[in-house]
Design a protein around this ligand. Structure first.
Ligand SMILES: [Zn+2]
Ligand SMILES: [Zn+2]
Length: 237
């Protein structure tokens, strides 16, 4: 089945060679992005080990994590949320351009991996109303290829969104924390391993991921990590 799928994909690429979603040039290396645009996506190489906050100078931890460590163990967010990644991400999230998400997650897989992989990846769930409206959960779309590439289990039915919340993008940091408090729950009788990663598309203040991490730890998970495609350069949490 996989062989058939990859042969069909090869035929598709021959009939319709990939074009760069940003500039329209020929796609490069199996991506819907040209070499230059793919290289321009801002990497997050100098960042806090604990929360992936972009730092101008290399340091183990940002000031905030030194004072108030987050409820997770480690964060992996290989890109910074900035031009031109922000454009691809919003087309992926709000305009149903799944090809943008596929290119972004392919590039994500090529970045240096964390040394310790989790036993399970759980994407941040969408409330069912939002899921119905959008048609897909962008975090799950990113989690699937990563889980496959790393040989890690993926479950999207263990962490539940029990309340619909206002869009975090409209809110300041304290309101974001209040907004997601009590919005998540672990499914009844869920069997969770001791090391779980929560995955989201973009991490801004980390309020959503922190709330998910707290819920998982209360359910008995010993170590929670957080992964996000891109980290916004915000120090507020
Ligand atoms: Zn391009
Ligand atoms: Zn930090």
């Amino acid at each position: 089945m996989d062989a058939l799928r990859s042969r069909l994909a090869a035929v598709g690429r021959w009939l319709l060679p990939p074009r760069c979603l940003l500039c329209g040039d020929a796609g490069h290396d199996g991506l819907d992005l040209c070499r230059d645009c793919a290289a321009e996506l801002p990497r997050n190489r100098s960042c806090c080990a604990r929360c992936a906050l972009p730092l101008a100078l290399p340091a183990a931890l940002c000031g905030r994590c030194q004072r108030h460590p987050p409820p997770w163990q480690a964060a992996w967010s290989p890109f910074r949320y900035g031009w031109p990644l922000d454009r691809l991400e919003s087309r992926f999230k709000f305009s149903r351009e799944l090809a943008a998400g596929r290119s972004l997650v392919t590039l994500w897989q090529r970045e240096a991996r964390p040394v310790e992989l989790p036993a399970l990846i759980v994407p941040v769930p969408l409330h069912r109303g939002r899921l119905r409206q959008r048609g897909y959960n962008q975090a799950l779309e990113l989690a699937r290829p990563l889980a496959r590439a790393f040989g890690v289990s993926l479950r999207h039915d263990l962490l539940l969104r029990t309340h619909s919340t206002a869009a975090q993008s409209e809110l300041d940091a304290p309101s974001r924390r209040r907004n997601v408090r009590g919005a998540f729950a672990v499914a009844p009788r869920a069997a969770l391993p001791s090391h779980v990663t929560v995955l989201d598309d973009v991490m801004t203040t980390g309020a959503t991921l922190a709330e998910c991490a707290r819920v998982l730890k209360r359910a008995g998970v010993a170590r929670v990590d957080v992964w996000a495609l891109a980290r916004a350069p915000s120090s507020r949490r």
